[in-house]
Write a protein of this length. Structure first.
Lengths: 287, 402
């Protein structure tokens, strides 16, 4: 996957400023409504902290994670919206044997359930742990944030971005990165000096600004190299290896068979018996 | 109808109790897979969003494929490198390989969420996916093994024309087998190259595919040793330890090369801490010491190479090491420090046990009804039943000589 040649700056991108998030979880509700996802029977504090549901699942494509911390002796909350990062070069799309995941030119990474064979390689591959499985079903499929592709294609914004009163901006990737950099520059003390998603996994269509250090908020430290390149560096050798192996073994066996043949012909020559006689003799023996 | 049924029942009744036990295990596995399809993956297995791949991928696919590597390794050794005296081992190896791959396919279909759409890989190609590569190769190679397996079947029923075609296809099939196996054995390692920050550094490095391929080669040879020894002990076949000695002579070289690549890749090509997880480190050491170093040292000594019991012991250690290695890569090494530990459910275990039992069962049954051991140099020449009187003197001479 030659990532450098592709231009992602026009792709629709979420800028999520977690310092502006109030934790209202309107995005969670909007996501469930738009995608018609079922409710989950959950208990408060069944997960890590205040967040509910306790984990992302086939019914939950996005959720707000809560993080308590102390500031000037007072308890404060920090929030982090967990969702599909819509990578520029998605690992899920590269590993899927049937190409069920596609990075659309608009930005969202969409999933084609009709193609999926349910091998769950995408779940192994995703560095953010986003694709979830319909474990409740006999013939399960994968479920994940669609980036509201249907809405985006029609010129609308995704459901969560539309609902969010404060924290989510949505626009072209270059605009969002410029906006994030502007905010970092204007209020350097207010922000942790990093834009998560600008470089992570080779760049994503969801970028974050935070107040807290990224790892404290639960952001995974992810390589900046596009993930598909890790497997492609081995897979690109496949045709070459196949031909080398096939050709090499053919040559070796041809050579060895030839050696054998010559040895036998020599033996015939030296044995003073005319080859015809030897042949007829063995043939008789065989019968 | 009833008469035929009675014959079959009497036949089955005459089997050894061990075989009946194996049949029982297979039946249990069939029932367990029915349960999986009725109640769903989530409720019958212990897989979840944290562990999308469980025992079925780790053993039935990632481990079973190298365990079935005997056919291609031996095929290449015998036919390409022309060590003809190992010929008697080839057919049982092909049967083992064919059974192994068929069972891999079954295991994979059980694990897929949408097994009825498995054919999609043939239609919607994604060449960037190692899974695509592996599934294409496994399908192709199972076909190759099936064709190779047809020889004893045709001999059994006396179909001579197909035998001639198969004989003519022998070399192309052997070469195809080796090339296709090289691709998918290594691509199984490529699977885990995408798990950049998930798989522990003890195993994660860019040479993982090469290591998977090399370990498949020595596993294939070890499986042949195991299988030949078992067949000698329990199926009354002649002692092949003289032939197996050829394999035990090759083994230390392959093991040594593998060890060099493994250690070098770990030392120079991995990023991040290696020794931060004591449990994983212990698993790694067991895998390397018991599975690679000990058998390598053992087979460096000639008396061990010749001794039937030491051959079996060394081969078993190698097999144990490779099984542990595949589990380390596909399961243990992927567990993050803060995760709950996965263990297989009853249904998962029953299916996997049934797959192993099925392998043994079908091997014994095939050996019972088809001429898979009859390629013996003392008793049989390799040429076809020569109804057309067309076999020339050279081939005849070769058959007698070997």
């Amino acid at each position: 996957m030659s990532g450098n040649s592709k231009d992602f700056s026009k792709q629709r991108t979420f800028l999520i400023d977690t310092t502006k998030c109030t934790g209202c979880r309107g995005c969670q509700v909007a996501c469930k409504q738009w995608n018609q996802l079922g409710a989950e029977n959950t208990k408060f504090f069944s997960g890590e902290g205040y967040q509910n549901p306790p984990a992302m699942s086939e019914y939950t494509f996005t959720r707000i994670k809560f993080k308590d911390y102390q500031k000037n002796g007072q308890n404060e909350f920090a929030f982090y919206k967990e969702m599909c990062m819509h990578c520029n070069e998605p690992a899920c799309a590269s590993v899927c044997p049937v190409g069920a995941f596609v990075k659309t030119p608009e930005g969202p990474v969409v999933y084609n359930a009709g193609r999926c064979i349910g091998c769950r390689f995408c779940m192994i591959a995703c560095p953010f742990g986003i694709p979830k499985y319909e474990w409740s079903k006999a013939f399960p499929l994968v479920k994940k944030c669609t980036g509201c592709y249907g809405r985006v294609k029609e010129g609308l914004q995704p459901a969560c971005a539309t609902t969010c009163p404060t924290a989510i901006s949505y626009g072209s990737r270059s605009d969002m990165i410029a906006e994030a950099e502007r905010r970092l520059k204007n209020r350097p003390k207010h922000y942790y000096p990093a834009i998560y998603g600008k470089e992570e996994a080779g760049g994503t269509s969801v970028i974050y600004l935070t107040h807290q250090p990224l790892d404290e908020l639960g952001f995974k430290p992810v390589t900046t190299r596009p993930l598909p390149s890790y497997t492609w560096q081995a897979l690109r050798l496949v045709p070459g290896i196949f031909l080398t192996m096939g050709g090499g073994l053919s040559l070796i066996s041809w050579f060895n068979h030839r050696k054998e043949r010559i040895k036998q012909e020599e033996a015939f020559k030296n044995s003073k018996v005319a080859p015809e006689t030897a042949e007829t003799k063995t043939r008789e023996e065989n019968q | 109808m009833t008469a035929a049924a009675r014959i079959i029942i009497n036949e089955v009744k005459s089997y050894h109790n061990f075989l009946k036990f194996m049949i029982g295990l297979v039946v249990l596995a069939v029932l367990a897979s029915a349960v999986r399809f009725i109640f769903g993956l989530g409720s019958t297995t212990n897989m979840n969003d944290t562990y999308p791949w469980g025992l079925w991928i780790s053993f039935d696919v990632v481990t079973a494929v190298p365990l079935a590597a005997g056919a291609f390794t031996l095929g290449a050794i015998v036919h390409c490198f022309h060590i003809k005296k190992l010929e008697p081992l080839v057919r049982p190896a092909i049967v083992t390989g064919f059974l192994g791959y068929s069972l891999v396919c079954i295991g994979l279909l059980l694990d897929l969420g949408q097994p009825h759409k498995g054919w999609h890989t043939l239609v919607y190609w994604n060449v960037h996916s190692p899974m695509f590569e592996v599934s294409m190769c496994v399908m192709a190679y199972t076909t190759v093994l099936f064709l190779e397996f047809l020889s004893p079947v045709c001999e059994k029923f006396g179909y001579h024309m197909p035998l001639r075609v198969l004989r003519w296809l022998e070399m192309p099939l052997v070469i195809a087998a080796a090339s296709i196996s090289t691709l998918h054995q290594s691509s199984l390692g490529t699977f885990f190259l995408i798990a950049v920050d998930k798989l522990h550094n003890l195993w994660y490095n860019p040479l993982l595919p090469l290591q998977f391929w090399m370990s498949a080669i020595f596993t294939g040879m070890s499986i042949i040793i195991l299988e030949a020894t078992m067949v000698h002990r329990y199926l009354g076949q002649p002692d092949e330890s003289e032939l197996l000695e050829v394999l035990t002579k090759i083994l230390p070289w392959v093991l040594g090369a593998y060890l060099t690549v493994k250690i070098a890749a770990m030392a120079f090509l991995s990023h991040g801490p290696l020794f931060d997880r004591p449990v994983l480190l212990a698993l790694f050491l067991v895998e390397v010491i018991v599975g690679v170093i000990m058998p390598m040292v053992m087979f460096m000594k000639e008396s061990n190479r010749e001794d039937n019991r030491m051959q079996l012991r060394g081969a078993s250690m190698i097999i144990f090491g490779v099984v542990l290695n595949r589990f380390n890569v596909s399961m243990f090494g992927m567990i993050q420090a803060d995760q709950v530990i996965y263990y297989p459910s009853i249904v998962e275990s029953l299916v996997t046990i049934g797959i192993i039992a099925g392998h043994i069962l079908f091997f014994v049954l095939l050996a019972k009804y088809f001429p898979i051991f009859e390629h013996h140099p003392e008793t049989v020449d390799y040429s076809l039943p020569d109804h057309f009187h067309e076999v020339d003197g050279h081939e005849q001479a070769k058959g007698v000589e070997a």
